[in-house]
Design a protein. Structure first.
Length: 279
C-alpha cells in the first residue's frame, strides 16, 4: 500500500495551502508588528522586525481617541443595521417576485440587474452625486443607507438559488387555503431561506464595514459622520503619514469583524453550500 504522505499531488496541495496562508497572513503580521512600535522605532526597523516591547500600547490609545473610533464604531453599526435590513428585505422580495411569478419582461429585468452590476460604480458617481444633492441626501444617514443598500444583485441571486430549491407546492397549498401572497412570503418562504439570509448579512456586512469611497464622498462632515474606514485617514497628511498609529487603528478595526467571523463562519459556509446545490 502506497504511503499517502508521499503522494506528490497531496504534497502539492498542502504546499499550495501553506503558501496561500502565508501570503494572506503576511500583511496582517506586518501591521501587527508595526502597531507596537513608536515613531522612531518604526522608522529604523524592518517590516518583520519584532518590536522592542509588546506592552507599548500608546499607538492604540492614540488611534482610539484621536481618530474618534468610538463614534466611528457607533456610526458604522448604525449604518450596518439599517443597510442590512434594507438589503434583506429588497433582496428577498425581488427574488421572490422573479422566482415565483411569470410576467412579461422577467428575463429582461434579471438581465438589467446584471448589466447594472457590471458597470463600475465610479463611472456613475457624477450623476449619482447630482441626484443625491438634488434630493438633499448628501451628508445624511438616510442618503448613505440608500447608497449602501442599492440593488444588490449578489444577494438577489443567492436568494434565487434558495427559492429554486423550495417546492412550489408549498405556495399553492397555502394559496388554496386562503393565504395571501404576503402571508406566503413572510410566514412560509422567508423562514426557509434563513441560511441565505445569514450569508447575505455576512457578505453585505463586511462590504459595508470596509467601504471607504462612498463614506468619504457622501459623508462630508468628518467630525459627525466619521466611519471605521474614514477614521484611519486622520493620520494621513500632505507631509507624511503616521503609519504606526494607522496600523494600531487597523488592528482595532479587525477585532470586531474577526470575532463575528469566528462565530458565524459555519453559517456562511453552510449557506453558500446549500445555495449552490439544488435539491
Amino acid at each position: 500500500m502506497k504511503n499517502k504522505a508521499l503522494n506528490p499531488l497531496r504534497l502539492a496541495t498542502y504546499a499550495t495551502l501553506v503558501l496561500g496562508a502565508f501570503v494572506s497572513l503576511l500583511p496582517l503580521v506586518t501591521v501587527l508588528l508595526a502597531s507596537f512600535k513608536d515613531v522612531k522605532e518604526f522608522g529604523i526597523s524592518g517590516a518583520l522586525d519584532l518590536p522592542k516591547s509588546w506592552l507599548y500600547l500608546q499607538n492604540y490609545a492614540t488611534a482610539w481617541t484621536k481618530a474618534k473610533m468610538p463614534l466611528a464604531f457607533w456610526n458604522t453599526a448604525l449604518f450596518l443595521f439599517f443597510t442590512l435590513i434594507g438589503s434583506v428585505i429588497t433582496g428577498t422580495m425581488v427574488a421572490y417576485i422573479i422566482n415565483r411569478f411569470s410576467f412579461k419582461g422577467r428575463d429582461l429585468v434579471k438581465g438589467a440587474f446584471l448589466v447594472a452590476n457590471l458597470i463600475p460604480g465610479v463611472t456613475m458617481q457624477v450623476s449619482t452625486y447630482q441626484i443625491m444633492t438634488t434630493l438633499g441626501l448628501v451628508n445624511s444617514i438616510p442618503g448613505i443607507v440608500i447608497l449602501y443598500t442599492g440593488t444588490d444583485i449578489i444577494a438577489i441571486y443567492i436568494f434565487l438559488q434558495f427559492f429554486d430549491s423550495i417546492p412550489r407546492s408549498l405556495d399553492e397549498a397555502a394559496y388554496i387555503d386562503g393565504a395571501s401572497y404576503f402571508t406566503i412570503f413572510f410566514r412560509i418562504l422567508f423562514p426557509l431561506v434563513k441560511p441565505a439570509t445569514v450569508t447575505v448579512l455576512i457578505l453585505k456586512g463586511v462590504s459595508v464595514y470596509k467601504e471607504y469611497y462612498l463614506a468619504n464622498l457622501y459623508l462630508q462632515s468628518k467630525t459627525r459622520y466619521v466611519t471605521i474606514s474614514t477614521s484611519l485617514y486622520t493620520f494621513t497628511g500632505e507631509y507624511g503619514n503616521q503609519y504606526n498609529y494607522i496600523c494600531a487603528g487597523v488592528m482595532i478595526t479587525i477585532i470586531p469583524i474577526l470575532i463575528a467571523f469566528l462565530f458565524l463562519q459555519r453559517y456562511i459556509y453552510n449557506g453558500i453550500a446549500r445555495g449552490a446545490v439544488k435539491e
